[in-house]
Ligand binder design. Structure first.
Ligand code: DGL
Length: 274
């Protein structure tokens, strides 16, 4: 039996997860939310599977100690490995890759560019989920090694961000001029969606998986009679990097004011095997 008053946990490699919290706060304003953002170990998207899994388990244990009733893995990179860790925790874990894929399946584009970290693009996870629902949709994966990191720096250096976009997304846009749908397959990317729209107007439709993920969590809590009945929901932010940047970005993204922004211990890397 889930406790309605328990918080919803949200986790990400960095503050990109704020794009999911924004949707949760709109949809479920009474819910308390605990966020864990591992900015220190970012970018996860350039790490190995073993490193990601080891750090993910530590992030989830942190949320487990906060007695969460469900967790949104806002990070696409971490979500690609959900089958590996979801059975180890006593709460339901929601994958943002599943949410984004469900939306693509509903939209049925002919071709969609998946713009994500290199890890997510190479994992084939979006491609697999979408193929299961709509085999006719062509998914063109395009990874960016540095965009999430550049955004996480928090100063929105337009020159650097634009250069990275041109070297990565620019390539996919040029080679696939008929692709009109763009999957924002990294939670940091909706934060530069306006710039992407300006540079690449061919993408007339952008899929931000955060909407669907928030909806799936609402549905699950409803079905389990675990929605918080009333009152104003709170937001507690734990970061492994800089609290000042995390507070400033929370305001910039348009989140309700957090009651707490606190430094948390960073997950440790796996021991090197001898
Ligand atoms: N925001 C994460 C994602 O959605 C990636 C950030 C990172 O690579 O550390 O994939």
């Amino acid at each position: 039996m889930l406790s309605a008053d328990a918080p919803i946990g949200v986790m990400d490699a960095g503050f990109g997860g704020y794009t999911v919290i924004r949707e949760l706060q709109k949809l479920l304003p009474c819910e308390n939310i605990v966020f864990f953002g591992d900015g220190k170990n970012q970018p996860y998207g350039n790490r190995s599977r073993e490193e990601i899994l080891c750090m993910t388990r530590q992030c989830l244990r942190f949320l487990q100690e906060k007695k969460v009733k469900a967790v949104a893995v806002a990070c696409n990179t971490i979500s690609t490995l959900i089958e590996e860790y979801q059975g180890e925790f006593p709460f339901r874990i929601f994958s943002i890759v599943r949410a984004g894929s469900d939306e693509v399946i509903a939209l049925r584009p002919r071709q969609a560019v998946l713009f994500s970290t290199v890890f997510t693009a190479q994992s084939g996870c979006y491609q697999r989920y979408i193929r299961e629902g709509r085999p006719e949709v062509r998914v063109i994966p395009q990874g960016s090694p540095w965009l999430a990191r550049l955004i996480e720096d928090g100063d929105f250096d337009r020159e650097k961000i634009e250069k990275e976009l041109r070297q990565t997304l620019g390539e996919a846009a040029r080679s696939h001029p008929d692709a009109d749908t763009l999957i924002l397959g990294c939670t940091h990317f909706p934060l530069v969606a306006d710039l992407i729209r300006q540079l690449y107007p061919q993408f007339t439709r952008m899929v931000n998986p955060a909407f669907v993920q928030a909806g799936q969590i609402k549905e699950y809590l409803e079905e389990n009679h675990a929605l918080r009945a009333g009152g104003e929901g709170s937001l507690h932010i734990y970061t492994t990097s800089d609290c000042e940047t995390y507070s400033r970005m929370a305001e910039w993204v348009g989140l309700k004011k957090p009651e707490l922004v606190e430094l948390a211990p960073a997950p440790r890397m796996p021991e090197p095997s001898l």
